[in-house]
Design a protein around this ligand. Structure first.
Ligand SMILES: [Zn+2]
Length: 400
C-alpha cells in the first residue's frame, strides 16, 4: 500500500475523506490505512501562495539594519539584499527545514516560494525541494532571476536554475523574476519564453512599491505590468505578488491575461508600501506571507483587520477566507488537480482540528503531523539547527 493513500474520518460531522496515491478519491482499495478522528473536524489544508523560505532565519536574532531604512528600496538594500547574498547551502537547508516544519504544524500544506540567493544559484532549488520532500509539504518553487548584483549573467544563471527543477508528486516549478525594476528587457523576454517552453508560468513581484512603477515609466512603459505584458512575461497561471500600486484597470488587465494576484497584507504593512486596495476587483487573488511565519490563520486575521481599515469590503471580516479558497485553486492549477478542496480529484491535503487547534495534517495522503507533532522530523531539533545556522548567517551578513 502506498504511503500516499489514507482514509481520514469519519470526523465528528460524519465526514470521511479518502486519499489514493495522493489525490482525493471516491473509494480506496481494501487495506488502506485509516486515520480515525471522531472527535475532530476535517478541513482543507492552507495554501501560502507567496513566500521566501530563504528568510526563515530572520526571526532568530537578525541584527537591525544600520542606519535604519527610510523607504522600501532601502529595506531591500540594507536587509534582504544583504541576507540573500550571505546564504550558503547549510543556512538554506537548515532554514528551509525549520520553515517547512513550522508551516506543516500550522496546517499550511502548500508553500509557493520565490527564491533568491545570488551567491548560491546553482543547486539552490534542489536544496529547497529536498527539504519539502523530506518533511512532506507540497511546494511550487522558482528562482527569482535578477540583474541587481552581477548583471545579465546573473539573470541567465537564475533562469537556468528554474530549468533544473524536477517535478514530483509534491513539487512543481515555475519561472521566477525578481521584479521589473531589477531586470533588462532581454531577461524579461527570456523568462516568458522559458516558462512557455517548460509548460509553466512566471512568478514575479509587481508594483509592490512605487519605485517599480517609476522605473518602468523611465523605461518608456505605462508601468511594470504593461512592460511585463509587452515583453511576453505574463501568461495564464502567472503569479503576480503584491500589485499594491496598480489601479483597478491594470488589475483587470492582468486578470484578462490569466494571471493570479497574491496579496501579502502583513508584509505590505511592515514595509509601509500601502494596502493593495484594487486587487478585489478580480476574483483570482490568493494570500501569501512574503517570508513571514507561514501560519495562514495569522495572515488571514491581518487581512481582515487591514481590509476593514482600508474600506476593502470584499475581504473585510470573514470574507478574507475567499483569498484562501483562491489559493487552493491556484495550487490545483499548477498540479493539474480539482480546484475545489477535498473534492474527488483534488489534492489529498487536509487538517484535522481538535478544540480549534491543528491536531493532524495530511499532505498528498501522507500523515505528516499527528497529535500536533511532526512525524517526518524532530521540530525542536530542526529549530535548534536553524538557530545555530542563523548565528553564522549574521556573521557573514556583517562582512558584506
Ligand atoms: Zn515577495
Amino acid at each position: 500500500m502506498s504511503s500516499a493513500s489514507l482514509i481520514v474520518g469519519p470526523d465528528r460531522n460524519g465526514r470521511t475523506v479518502t486519499i489514493v496515491d495522493g489525490v482525493v478519491a471516491a473509494a480506496a482499495p481494501a487495506g488502506t490505512p485509516v486515520l480515525a478522528c471522531a472527535d475532530g473536524e476535517i478541513a482543507p489544508g492552507a495554501v501560502c501562495a507567496h513566500t521566501h523560505i530563504y528568510s526563515a532565519l530572520a526571526p532568530y536574532g537578525m541584527p537591525k539594519a544600520e542606519p535604519a531604512p527610510e523607504n522600501f528600496v532601502q529595506i531591500l538594500e540594507r536587509v534582504w539584499w544583504r541576507l540573500d547574498r550571505a546564504i550558503d547551502p547549510e543556512t538554506l537547508r537548515a532554514g528551509a527545514r525549520d520553515y517547512v516544519a513550522k508551516a506543516l504544524l500550522a496546517g499550511t500544506t502548500t508553500l509557493i516560494d520565490h527564491h533568491e540567493s545570488p551567491n548560491l544559484i546553482e543547486g539552490s532549488l534542489a536544496i529547497l525541494a529536498g527539504a519539502c520532500e523530506e518533511l512532506g509539504v507540497r511546494a511550487v518553487l522558482c528562482f527569482g532571476a535578477t540583474e541587481r548584483n552581477f548583471g545579465r549573467d546573473e539573470a541567465m544563471r537564475g533562469l537556468a536554475e528554474c530549468r533544473t527543477l524536477k517535478p514530483s508528486r509534491l513539487v512543481r516549478g515555475m519561472v521566477g523574476l525578481h521584479a521589473s525594476f531589477t531586470v533588462s528587457d532581454e531577461t524579461v523576454a527570456e523568462s516568458g519564453a522559458l516558462a512557455r517552453e517548460l509548460g509553466t508560468a512566471t512568478h514575479i513581484h509587481v508594483a509592490e512599491d512605487g519605485a517599480d512603477v517609476v522605473d518602468a515609466k523611465a523605461r518608456g512603459y505605462a508601468g511594470p505590468l504593461e512592460r511585463l505584458i509587452a515583453l511576453g512575461a505574463i501568461m495564464p497561471g502567472s503569479i503576480l505578488a503584491h500589485g499594491v500600486h496598480l489601479d483597478a484597470d491594470q488589475v483587470r488587465l492582468a486578470a484578462r491575461h490569466g494571471a493570479w494576484f497574491v496579496q501579502n497584507p502583513r508584509s505590505n504593512e511592515g514595509n509601509r508600501v500601502g494596502y493593495a486596495r484594487n486587487l478585489s476587483v478580480v476574483p483570482d487573488v490568493a494570500l501569501g506571507v512574503d517570508g513571514w511565519d507561514p501560519d495562514m490563520a495569522i495572515e488571514q486575521a491581518a487581512l481582515s483587520r487591514l481590509a476593514a481599515q482600508n474600506g476593502d469590503e470584499a475581504v473585510a471580516g470573514d470574507r478574507a477566507a475567499g483569498r484562501l479558497a483562491a489559493g487552493h485553486a491556484l495550487m490545483a492549477q499548477r498540479f493539474g488537480l480539482h480546484p475545489e478542496p477535498l473534492a474527488v480529484g483534488a489534492a489529498g491535503d487536509l487538517v484535522v482540528r481538535r478544540s480549534g487547534t491543528i491536531a493532524d495534517v495530511v499532505v498528498a495522503g501522507r500523515h505528516v503531523v499527528a497529535d500536533g507533532r511532526l512525524t517526518t522530523g524532530d521540530a525542536g531539533a530542526l529549530e535548534a539547527a536553524a538557530r545555530a545556522e542563523a548565528a553564522r548567517l549574521w556573521e557573514r551578513m556583517a562582512q558584506l
